[in-house]
Design a protein around this ligand. Structure first.
Ligand code: 6U4
Ligand code: NA
Ligand code: NA
Length: 158
């Protein structure tokens, strides 16, 4: 049995650009990724998503302007934790991204995303996000560089 831990992950979109941040510490260090993290006690997922975005790049987005676009589940060979990552996008936000202790933000054109310096799973599910398809994906890693198996499906909202 896995111990499930919930995380948030937020991507801001502006025209044909996507905001990524270079992670400066901790899990996923030196990779470009969205903004997010663990929930605080009693916090809802969407409030955590807005809070982490603010903490990590100083952008204010209303929880109601964050769109839930997918779920990712990560397990790691030999480990009992399941990372349950709730992915959001938003086109509506306030402020200019600022560098913080945790993240160095930068806008990337969606045709020129730095996949070589991102989590290997991102290549697999980003096309769903960029094409506005709701998705559910599971990845089983060995270490942090190799995906032993995965599964991805498009979900259809009712
Ligand atoms: P601290 O350092 O305690 O404040 P916190 O910000 O709460 O940490 P953090 O940064 O460890 O949490 O959360 C990890 C972040 O990385 C979450 O936004 C989810 C995201 N993430 C984890 N594995 C990922 C993967 N394989 N691919 C991906 N994002 C991943 O695209
Ligand atoms: Na984080
Ligand atoms: Na954080």
């Amino acid at each position: 049995m896995y111990v499930r831990k919930v995380y948030t992950l937020v991507f801001l979109r502006e025209d044909s650009r996507l905001l990524l941040g270079l992670k400066k510490r901790g899990f996923g260090i030196n990779k470009w990724n969205g903004f997010g993290g663990k929930l605080e006690p009693e916090e809802t997922v969407i409030d955590a998503a807005a809070r982490e975005l603010k903490e990590e790049c100083c952008i204010n987005a209303k929880a109601s302007d964050l769109k839930h676009i997918g779920n990712l589940e990560f397990t790691f060979e030999g480990e009992s934790t399941l990372m349950d990552v709730k992915v959001f996008t938003s086109k509506i936000f306030n402020g200019e991204p600022q560098e913080t202790d945790e993240m160095r933000p930068r806008w990337f054109n969606i045709d020129a995303l730095p996949f070589e310096e991102m989590w290997p799973d991102d290549r697999i599910w980003f096309p769903y996000m960029l094409n506005s398809k709701l998705f559910f994906a599971q990845f089983h890693y060995k270490g942090f560089d190799s995906i032993l198996k995965y599964n991805i499906v498009e979900l259809h909202s009712v």
